[in-house]
Design a protein around this ligand. Structure first.
Ligand SMILES: Nc1nc2c(c(=O)[nH]1)N[C@H]1C(S)=C(S)[C@@H](COP(=O)(O)O)O[C@H]1N2
Ligand SMILES: [Mo]
Length: 310
């Protein structure tokens, strides 16, 4: 299979909003105000200094308006329509713990505040390409998954990373749809997880990550379709066997394990050649590996027989 590797993008500085630089006191105040308006106690932010922007992975497009990225979401635990941001406000973001376990030397439970204090927070402007053919560009705050895995110490037998997200029946009406294989599980190989692009996200637009986008902590691997980006994580396990993911369990003919973005491989029910830009509605060509091939194509050499796309 021919893999086209795009050149890294150039982005004029002016296309990147300067607004989201501070993820600290000011962000916390704004967030607390916003959450209070939504009827919830605001989470205390442990981080008092701005998270520096990492410009290594330029997004090549303008940042999506915050309002669009936070009011058009997929989060099936709260319902199947795009307006799940409303019911998602009921998700209690504190206290929140993330367990790192399985084939690791040091299994541990981390409080999310502790992670925000201890991990090297930075801001990255990443694209997200949903398998439904819409896309957005968001300034996320977070830290590389590799930094957390290094703390846990993967054992040599560990081959895959399994992500499990919260299942809280009291606040998640979607869980009553018992034909879905809850909890939402996703996974990747350990090599993919250690790639610097694999990012654990705790903030967006310089504020704590809102529940509808997967607060307080979610994974994002921008070269894969958005469904790989498990929201509101409670458990990361290192395992020997390939995890069976939520969408794969529902419809294996449509959603695979690898799910790398490829415009040339159609979804069985629609083309993946182009994508609708959230907000503007413009249609643009989709890029192989969502444009991140320069950094990830090498992960897949020798795997040409695998169903790497979609
Ligand atoms: N727990 C959970 N995580 C999830 C989903 C979900 O339904 N539940 N949907 C996925 C899909 S299909 C997409 S496209 C992205 C959307 O992320 P966003 O709402 O921040 O844009 O979240 C992913 N993570
Ligand atoms: Mo998606």
């Amino acid at each position: 299979m021919l893999i086209r590797i795009p050149r890294g993008w150039e982005i004029p500085e002016r296309d990147v909003t300067p607004e989201a630089l501070v993820f600290g006191r000011r962000g916390a105040l704004r967030a607390a105000a916003g959450l209070a308006a939504g009827g919830m106690a605001g989470p205390a932010l442990a981080q008092d200094s701005p998270a520096p922007r990492n410009d290594r992975y330029p997004p090549g497009r303008a940042i999506t308006a915050e309002k669009d990225a936070t009011t058009y979401n997929n989060f099936y635990e709260f319902g199947t329509d795009k307006g799940v941001w409303r019911p998602a406000q009921k998700l209690p973001l504190r206290p929140w713990t993330l367990r790192v376990e399985g084939l690791v030397e040091r299994p541990r439970e981390f409080g999310v505040e502790e992670l925000m204090r201890a991990m090297p927070l930075e801001e990255r402007v990443y694209r997200l390409r949903c398998v439904e053919a819409w896309s957005m560009v968001v300034p996320w705050t977070g830290f590389p998954l590799a930094a957390l895995l290094a703390q846990a110490g993967p054992k040599p037998e560990a081959r895959y990373v399994r992500f499990e997200t919260a299942a809280l029946p009291a606040v998640m009406p979607g869980l009553r749809q018992s034909w879905y294989p809850w909890p939402y599980v996703e996974g990747c190989t350990i090599e993919e997880g250690l790639n610097d692009l694999s990012f654990l996200v705790v903030g967006a637009y310089g504020k704590p990550l809102p529940p509808q986008n997967g607060g307080p902590i979610r994974i994002h691997q921008p070269w894969k379709y958005g469904f790989k980006a498990g929201k509101s994580l409670v458990r990361i396990s290192l395992v020997a066997e390939r995890p069976k993911s939520f969408w794969e369990a529902i419809q294996p003919s449509e959603y695979g394990f690898w799910a790398n973005v490829n415009p040339e491989v159609s979804h069985p029910r629609w083309s993946q050649a182009t994508e609708r830009v959230l907000g503007s509605g413009e249609r643009i060509p989709t890029q192989i590996f969502n444009g991140y091939g320069e950094w990830v194509a090498g992960l897949y050499t020798g795997l040409q027989k695998e169903r790497l796309w979609g």
